[in-house]
Design a binder for this molecule. Structure first.
Ligand code: FPP
Length: 245
């Protein structure tokens, strides 16, 4: 768990459920994929804004294990967008010191896209300006099942298991939990996203569709986060004492 943050801090780890691309497109009489393209363009400005704010980890929910059930055209289009983004943005992201990580099941992703992801992860592995964690073919329950499978395969003794050890078996091994989880488009659901890691995260929901979630909208989310008192199950006096240690 990320230790208690001071109320004025920006989140160290921000996670975003980028929702509302389809409705954004529909409201303009455009096909759904146009919404995903607009959402992808928005990523650039939000990523750069995160760097400016000093956010160190940005986790984006790009494609869930459930999203495979969408119409074939949309799935194909989204996979194409993901490939294009890696091709188009990788060199610049690398130059800016962004480290790319993938969370989710590799198995199930087309081999060509798998190779592009592996290349991006390898190329950027020593960067440290910001970790961009892309949740692709990701599901929180699936992540927990994968962790349990590996724990069993490793013969971990039941009494040896605790939060910290379990965390080492998750896709996010080595990363602190998200401090703030933002969901755009007005939905108030977790949708199988970081269900273990989000145990103590602050949540922020906005009716704004993802393509319209600009720097000002990000600022509002950060202001909201800064105004929260994070207690991690303790009482206020204890968290104040912990911060002053
Ligand atoms: C949710 O909107 C959005 C998605 C399922 C896809 C998000 C993916 C991108 C923006 C592509 C690029 C991502 C990366 C990290 C390179 P929705 O389609 O569920 O919208 P709706 O609820 O209005 O239908």
């Amino acid at each position: 768990m990320n230790p208690a943050s001071t109320p004025t801090q920006v989140p160290y780890h921000l996670a975003i459920i980028m929702d509302g691309n389809g409705r954004w497109a529909k409201s303009r009489g455009l096909p759904r994929l146009a919404g995903h393209h607009a959402g992808t363009e928005n990523l650039r400005r939000i990523l750069r804004s995160c760097v400016k704010h000093g956010i160190k980890i940005l986790t984006l929910y790009a494609f869930s294990t459930e999203n495979w059930g969408r119409p074939a055209d949309e799935v194909r289009g989204l996979m194409g967008i993901l490939e294009q983004v890696i091709e188009r943005e990788l060199n610049e992201l690398h130059a800016e010191g962004v480290r790319i990580r993938h969370i989710g099941r590799m198995n199930g992703i087309a081999p060509r896209l798998q190779r592009k992801i592996t290349h991006a992860v390898e190329m950027t592995r020593n960067n440290d300006t910001l970790i961009l964690n892309v949740a692709l073919n990701y599901g929180g329950r699936q992540e927990i099942i994968d962790a349990v499978r590996r724990l069993l395969a490793d013969g971990v003794k039941p009494e040896a298991l605790d939060d910290a050890l379990f965390g080492q078996y998750l896709y996010t091994d080595g990363l602190p939990d998200p401090d703030l989880i933002v969901r755009t488009s007005g939905e108030m659901r977790v949708s199988n996203f970081l269900i273990w890691q989000g145990a103590y995260a602050e949540y922020y929901a906005t009716p704004t569709y993802w393509p319209d979630f600009n720097e000002d909208e990000l600022q509002k989310a950060l202001d909201h986060y800064a105004s929260r008192e994070r207690r991690f199950g303790l009482v206020a006096e204890q968290t104040i004492a912990a911060r002053s240690k």
